[in-house]
Design a protein around this ligand. Structure first.
Ligand SMILES: *Cc1c(COP(=O)(O)O)cnc(C)c1O
Length: 226
């Protein structure tokens, strides 16, 4: 029987924060320049409430409707980030709910977001997702198309692109993908990098991540896939 004590949400968070701090210092970076995004997708109420009680205020969700149910009634003081693929027909709901949309990756979605932002009178902070591994099944703009896409977002919609986001292929070392994302950001004058998950957030910090998206290292393994 598995009776290992549950280290608890607060302890898990402290550990992750300590490792982020250590990784940042080792890389000669200011630990305060790295935000921890707690990925709360699929989590039931109890761990979520426990995480809020620790003082954690930045959360990531990968589905619009699931996030609405979980967060709409307690948006106050919480920064919500959409980190999953967004369908154009959900742009309006996404603009209404999220402070940050990290998965802008195609022209059709940009147009839908621009229209939704104009109607809502507000624009979330925007990240462009780059498919650094050029995986057919994965969302994100191809690396070689990223510069032109970013330029068109700025020119056609006046979007200020805050950052870039990537999810490296699971079966490859993540370092080269993080380096590629940093390079694309630098040559486009973009300052923020959303990269690194439970398995590799320290490496991501080494490569310049300004936010890491951590789920299972904070909440334990998910009961069902995200
Ligand atoms: C689920 C998810 C994460 C968190 O993954 P963990 O390995 O549990 O830390 C990070 N980013 C995205 C886009 C995700 O969908």
């Amino acid at each position: 029987m598995d009776e290992r004590p549950d280290p608890g949400i607060a302890e898990a968070r402290s550990k992750v924060l300590a490792r982020i701090t250590a990784a940042a210092k080792a890389a000669g970076r200011n630990p305060a320049s790295v935000d921890l995004v707690a990925v709360s997708k699929t989590q039931p109420e109890e761990p979520l409430a426990a995480m809020l009680a620790t003082g954690q205020r930045i959360f990531g969700e990968n589905r619009v409707q699931e996030a609405q149910v979980r967060w709409a009634w307690r948006r106050q003081g919480v920064e919500l980030r959409l980190i999953g693929p967004l369908q154009s027909n959900k742009a309006r709901e996404a603009v209404a709910l999220f402070d940050v949309i990290e998965t802008l990756d195609r022209a059709k979605l940009a147009a839908a977001l621009a229209e939704a932002c104009a109607k809502a009178g507000k624009t979330p902070r925007l990240y462009v997702q780059v498919n650094t591994g050029e995986e057919a099944q994965k969302a994100g703009i191809a690396p070689r198309e990223a510069d032109a896409f970013i330029a068109s977002l700025r020119r056609d919609y006046g979007f200020a692109i805050e950052g870039l986001m990537c999810i490296p292929p699971v079966e490859e070392p993540a370092g080269p993908h993080f380096a590629l994302l940093a390079k694309i950001a630098a040559r486009n004058g973009i300052g923020k990098l959303s990269m690194g998950m439970s398995a590799d957030y320290e490496l991501a910090v080494q490569f310049g991540a300004t936010s890491v998206r951590v789920g299972s290292a904070l909440f334990g393994e998910r009961v069902r896939p995200g």
